[in-house]
Design a protein around this ligand. Structure first.
Ligand SMILES: Cc1ncc(COP(=O)(O)O)c(C=O)c1O
Length: 400
């Protein structure tokens, strides 16, 4: 196993040294003043990143816990809801609602495509026409399994116009923090994300914003809940605490990560992720891969591509790993058919270019005729960034 690894999966992501060091700090009392200051500071910084004045609660859970909280606090068994799925994670969101007894109408968009405002408006109209106006809609912002970003702004505008009382519950797990996103400007009721994605932090925390309208909905919501009770979480947060013992070390890390993100500036972060995505798309295409996502809606945080005809995933993966590159394979029905290059968090175009080079060398070793130098140069051309970002050190994990 190489001593340095270019970890290019869509979360967990490589951490900046400062973030890793922060996570190694000695524990504090989670019912004491140090923790109170910490969680209040992190929450305020998250409000900046979410572009919201809504409450943000920090849960000790992976992103899926955030999705579960987004369902069980606002709905009752039997509530009609519309779940719009464009991949595995959209399916998961719908499954959570089904598990808790919601009356779920699921719309499946062909994998690789984004949902559209028209489709969503039509489905909401159909539900209302059947006497089941949607209490809530479940939407994925960035579908990590297919590398597709939904045009969320347009879709939610259509929801507000077509069905103004429908609550908007958003899986923002793998896009928020990396691309422009406006919780309040777009009128989003509940938005969940996870610390291991664009936040340059270890896994362990789900962060969730809740609108006033959504808080009202909690009063009538009958779905069972205990650990993920957001009303309890809100009460605790009033005194700078969490109801249960939080992942203190992850909060230490995220505090520093958010400080670093703010210092870089979100506009610059968005440009950096766009440059990484462009580098990945161009590099993979030059290596003969067919990109999986509809180009207009390709994700800025993960690029998925069909494996070239005749290329065996496990053989390719083994060769990439032997060269220190770890990328993700396909999930569910895409297992063995696609690869996914994650480019979110503390990532630069150079990290992506390095990945393209290794993918090319590995294909060459498998006997494919590819022009690695041309692919590297295509990635470099597409991923050109403003000078300041070039100075960031490549996000390579030492000793992994
Ligand atoms: C869009 C999306 N939703 C949900 C999840 C699930 O998050 P977790 O694995 O942290 O539970 C992920 C994680 O990859 C994701 O990318």
């Amino acid at each position: 196993v190489p001593t340095t690894v270019n970890l290019r999966i869509p979360g967990p992501t490589p951490l900046p040294d400062r973030v890793r060091e922060a996570g190694a700090q000695q524990m504090v009392n989670h019912r004491g003043p140090e923790f109170r200051e910490l969680i209040n500071r992190v929450t305020a910084r998250l409000q900046t990143a979410f572009v919201t004045r809504n409450d943000i609660l920090i849960l000790t859970a992976s992103g899926t816990g955030g999705l579960e909280a987004a369902v069980v606090n606002f709905l009752s068994p039997g509530d009609p809801i519309l779940a719009v799925s464009i991949g595995s994670f959209g399916d998961r969101f719908a499954k959570i609602a089904t598990a808790y007894g919601a009356d779920v109408t699921k719309v499946d968009v062909e994998w690789g495509q984004a949902a559209s405002a028209d489709l969503v408006a039509r489905e909401l109209r159909a539900l209302a026409g059947n006497g089941k106006p949607a209490k809530a809609i479940l939407l994925t912002h960035n579908e990590t399994s297919t590398g597709v970003e939904n045009p969320l702004r347009e879709i939610v505008a259509a929801v507000h116009a077509e069905s103004p009382d429908t609550l908007l519950l958003i899986d923002g797990i793998s896009g928020l923090g990396a691309v422009p996103f406006e919780t309040d400007g777009w009128g989003l009721d509940v938005v969940a994300t996870g610390s291991q994605k664009s936040w340059m932090s270890p896994p362990g925390l789900a962060m969730i914003s809740v609108s006033e309208r959504a808080w009202k909905a909690t009063e009538a919501a009958q779905m069972p809940r205990f650990y993920f009770d957001l009303v309890k979480a809100r009460k605790s947060m009033a005194t700078g605490e969490t109801p249960w013992t939080p992942a203190v070390g992850v909060l230490f890390a995220m505090d520093v990560a958010l400080e670093m993100l703010e210092a870089e500036g979100y506009e610059h972060i968005f440009a950096r992720h766009a440059a990484c995505a462009a580098a990945a798309q161009s590099g993979l295409t030059a290596l003969g891969f067919k990109l999986f996502a509809q180009p207009a809606h390709a994700s800025k945080t993960v690029t998925a591509a069909w494996l070239p005809e005749g290329v065996d995933w496990s053989a390719l993966n083994k060769l990439m790993r032997s060269r220190g590159l770890v990328v993700a394979g396909g999930q569910d029905r895409l297992a063995g058919q696609i690869l996914r290059v994650g480019h979110l968090g503390d990532v630069t175009p150079d990290d992506v270019i390095a990945a393209i080079e290794v993918i090319g060398e590995s294909l060459t070793e498998l006997g494919r005729e590819v022009d690695v130098a041309a692919a590297v140069s295509a990635a470099r051309g597409a991923g050109a960034m403003p000078a300041a970002t070039e100075e960031r050190s490549p996000a390579v994990v030492s000793g992994a």
